[in-house]
Design a protein around this ligand. Structure first.
Ligand SMILES: C=C1C[C@]23C[C@@]1(O)CC[C@H]2[C@@]12CC[C@H](O)[C@@](C)(C(=O)O1)[C@H]2[C@@H]3C(=O)O
Ligand SMILES: O=C(O)CCC(=O)C(=O)O
Ligand SMILES: [Fe+2]
Length: 342
């Protein structure tokens, strides 16, 4: 990324308000995947936060470190080289523009489709020439992410008492599942140290919920990720490069009829250290109906949402701005729910 002037930086600056105070949270739920209590703790965390940290996950640490190194080699290239893999369509290399509806962030990224049948021409440029090591690191990492998602989703089903226990995971096991993988690089912004910030922050990735079922995030040891609690307070998530952070996505909120809540999150940039994060987004096949699972619902309980397919949701999501409440388009009004119960 290039050096920028203060007026150009203004579009990434966010004013902090008193109501929205950021506090350091040491109470992020932590789940030990090897513990017999994992399923109970996962359900509790998804109900209260829509978010938790996963330890003892069994993913080899060198897979994470290798991919991080390879990704940094990509981002350290000249912009003219990286731009050959962009602009994102939505896959490929992107810088500062997130999505196609005007969102901006102090970030550059690679967005990849994980289905080998769908090859985006842009992504061919990412792995061209001497990048076989990068391609292989991505492949190994993604296969671990799939395994981890299946395991976590099966524990969620167990914890909720859902039969069969693959009710969620089968959606990702489907060969047509719509999953993607993102590597975000947040360069440091030395210009910011020189100017008076007046308590303002630099937005790396603006607030949003992830539309999919589940997201698995790993970052280097640079902070920046924040989650929003139910009371609207933003809290910092202390980084931990050996662990994963699991986000409940909008589709899982619907499939649990609101028992799990998708977590609103954002990244604020550091002025002196770069952050590198990799996120695996697990989505179902495009034709999948996103409805509450019958075994989640109690007797006479009605769905809070209108029926829609993942394709319909995705289409709406990609027309929306990052901070929009995408699920509200599919919520039933109070009158609709009452009429159905009468
Ligand atoms: C502004 C946008 C970027 C996004 C598509 C959208 O129109 C709204 C959802 C955004 C998001 C957030 C989570 C993931 O990073 C992502 C890949 C996704 O599936 O939804 C991004 C989209 C994107 O960057 O293209
Ligand atoms: O980069 C991060 O740490 C989080 C980014 C994110 O939330 C996303 O890409 O959807
Ligand atoms: Fe996200």
């Amino acid at each position: 990324m290039v050096v920028v002037s203060q007026p150009a930086l203004n579009q990434f600056l966010q004013i902090k308000t008193c109501k929205n105070t950021t506090t350091l949270l040491s109470g992020i739920p932590v789940v030990d995947l090897s513990s017999p209590e994992a399923k109970t703790l996962i359900v509790k965390a998804c109900q209260e936060f829509g978010f938790f940290k996963l330890v003892n996950h069994g993913v080899p640490l060198d897979f994470m470190a290798n991919l991080e190194n390879e990704a940094l080699k990509f981002f350290n290239q000249a912009l003219s080289e990286k731009d050959k893999a962009g602009p994102p369509d939505p896959f490929g290399y992107g810088s500062k523009r997130i999505g196609s509806n005007g969102d901006m962030g102090w970030v550059e990224y690679l967005l990849l489709n994980t289905n080998p049948d769908i090859i985006s021409p842009k992504t061919l440029f990412i792995f061209r020439e001497n990048s076989e090591i990068f391609r292989s690191a991505v492949k190994k990492y993604i296969s671990e992410m799939k395994r981890l998602c299946y395991q976590v989703l099966e524990l969620m089903a167990d914890g909720l008492g859902i039969q069969p226990r693959n009710a969620f995971s089968k959606l990702l096991r489907d060969e047509k599942s719509d999953c993607c993988f993102r590597v975000n690089h947040y360069p440091p912004c030395p210009e910011l140290q020189a100017i008076a910030l007046n308590g303002r922050n630099l937005i790396g990735f603006g607030e949003h919920t992830d539309p999919q079922i589940i997201s698995v995030l790993r970052s280097n040891n640079t902070s920046g990720l924040q989650i929003c609690l139910r009371d609207g307070t933003w809290v910092l998530v202390p980084p931990d490069q050996t662990s994963f952070f699991i986000n409940v996505g909008d589709a899982l909120q619907v499939m649990t009829n609101g028992r799990f809540k998708s977590v609103k999150h954002r990244v604020l940039s550091e002025t002196s250290k770069s952050r590198l994060s990799m996120i695996y987004f697990g989505g179902p096949s495009l034709s999948e109906k996103i409805v509450p699972l019958p075994s989640v619902m109690s007797k006479d309980e009605e769905s809070l949402y209108k029926e829609f397919t993942w394709h319909e949701y995705k289409k709406a999501a990609y027309k929306s701005r990052l901070a929009d409440n995408r699920l509200s388009l599919f919520e039933k009004s109070a009158t609709q729910t009452q009429t159905q119960t009468q």
